[in-house]
Ligand binder design. Structure first.
Ligand SMILES: [Zn+2]
Length: 270
């Protein structure tokens, strides 16, 4: 029997069933949305920490070696990140709620010039973003980014700039008024020179104490990163650790471990 010949009561029942199905679909969507937001922002987004991307082989300079990854290895890591289904994003996108599914953030400390020569071409070729933490007073100095390079990269929309102070001091060990200036003025000067909004800070040497973190909050930063190796805990956005990456890093196993840790946190706090 076709719908056309059904008595009015049965037609009403069919209509009610249809409405019921639509209601269930909407309820499902409403329930699914917070879960999705949780998976794409807190606390699962891993943050990688790089310094130099360069060919460097001076075994006597342990610090220099530990802070460097070769351009070839970096290229392979980007391939792997893509293969594992991660999509690089920025802190701004996380804050705005526009981050992609399975996000990852690539950060580069100190504003070395090789970010422009060895990282930026990869970002352009792959159309992926990254974050660079600039030491304001090092800009335009030898081996550091020039302001023009920063302007060009900002115009591409592929680079987010964060502050890494004016002079890269050990913040807890300098006078508190000076520390506050390092934190506050670097934000003001970067915003003024590049006409941008700075939301992210990076502690030099990862050194923090209560006062320094309070200063960072007062200066108006949304996120602040340490140099400690570990999971970035997005519930404490001003004290977030990162995964240190160098030539010896097995990024596949690091990200696997991250997924296990992130799942545990989610279970614990749900
Ligand atoms: Zn640094």
């Amino acid at each position: 029997m076709s719908e056309r010949f059904l008595p009015a009561v049965e037609m009403t029942i069919i209509m009610l069933k249809k409405i019921w199905v639509i209601l269930i679909l909407f309820a499902g969507l409403a329930l699914a949305t917070p879960v999705l937001a949780d998976a794409t922002s807190t606390p699962a987004t891993p943050v990688l920490m790089y310094h130099y991307v360069r060919d460097y082989n001076r075994p006597n300079d342990k610090i220099g070696m530990n802070l460097s990854i070769s351009p070839a290895n970096f290229h392979k890591q980007l391939d792997l990140i893509e293969k594992l289904g991660y999509t690089p994003t920025t802190f701004k996108a996380i804050k705005d709620g526009t981050a992609p599914a399975k996000p990852i953030i690539l950060t580069f400390d100190d504003g070395y010039r090789d970010f422009y020569t060895n990282v930026y071409p990869e970002l352009k070729a792959r159309q992926i973003p990254a974050v660079t933490f600039l030491i304001y007073n090092a800009l335009d100095k030898k081996n550091y980014l020039t302001k023009d390079m920063v302007r060009e990269m900002l115009a591409s929309g592929l680079v987010e700039v964060g502050s890494h102070t004016l002079n890269h001091p050990d913040l807890p060990y300098i006078r508190s008024a000076k520390a506050l200036r390092e934190i506050t003025d670097s934000k003001i000067f970067l915003e003024r020179d590049f006409n941008i909004n700075i939301i992210t800070f990076c502690y030099p040497y990862g050194q923090i104490n209560k006062q320094v973190v309070a200063d960072v909050a007062e200066a108006g930063y949304t996120y602040a990163l340490t140099t400690k190796h570990g999971l970035a805990d997005w519930r404490q956005p001003l004290i977030m650790d990162r995964y240190r990456v160098d030539n010896r890093t097995n990024l596949a196993s690091q990200l696997k471990q991250h997924e296990i840790k992130a799942a545990k946190i989610k279970t614990r706090y749900q």
